[in-house]
Ligand binder design. Sequence first.
Ligand code: P6P
Length: 334
Amino acid sequence: MAEQAISLSDWLEGRVAVGLDPALAGLLADIARPCTKIAAEVNRAGLADILGLSGTTNVHGEEVKKLDLYSDQLIIDALRQAGSVCGMASEEDEEIIAPSAAGEQSDYVALFDPLDGSSNIDVNISIGTIFSVFRRLGPRGSAAVLEDFLQPGSAQAAAGYFAYGSSTMLVLSTGDGVDGFTLDPRSGEYLLSHPGIITPARGSIYSCNEGNAWTWDKATRDYVDSLKDPAGGEGRPCSGRYVGSLVADFHRNLLKGGIFLYPAGSKKPGDKPAGKLRLMYEANPMALLAEQAGGSASDGSTRILDLVPSSVHQRTALILGSSDNMAEYRASQK
Ligand code: P6P
């Protein structure tokens, strides 16, 4: 007889019993609710044209937004209605987003990429929602200010992602390990399916867009070439796996081990190499999960979680994964 599966709400209750702030537990549950709706819409996206939903008015005569804007609004409305945050920042919104009046009493701000990789929807590739939570720096009773968001990733109170794939999964950390939950579509409950995720110390998968190799520095190009060389070192040759959707690529590597690289690149001689991924709501959350699962994450020279942000939407290079693979990568950059 299978053991009774633990639901997300049971799991959160258990964590509150050993010290997790009940308000943070509530915030995580409040994020899960809109993401379950997003999962359902992502699964229907393929029907949009057939049902005349995308970019036109739907059967109810409502104007239907692009799925990433729809997802963004769902999360904002849910967190405002619940009063769970004193401010939000989203990849889809240039300015920080004000809370509801109730939210001004919250101790937390949330940052999110509501539908990362959304360009992959049309080709039915897994995409996801990525979120990061910080405790506010100032006193309760007013909307969060920019400083509440511009904290190093090491200060995250929680972080995680929803993966909309063959099943819908939630993978999160509140700083005490990484746990994965799978949505049971029948009950609408997230059930603990991957307790205490530890990423393998070494993996044979490398993930990067090699079409950008010409923009990387030589040390990075040489390192990636070594991964493909049977005589290039332990575990070679590695297997290249790159979906082009951070949640999908990260999730596979988290479970199977390996290294994901989106290095800084310069497209014109003399250009300062720049990263593409967003620090606050892509790199930081994934870096927290990687470290909590036993791996590590860097921008090529600095630990991601040590980066002090100057802007909510700033970009960074991101190299993260298994501890041994990351140690090898760091040694190759010296
Ligand atoms: P490229 C998706 O647009 C995204 O932000 C991440 O999900 C993904 O890892 C990356 O960009 C893919 O970028 O340049 O390889 O298409």
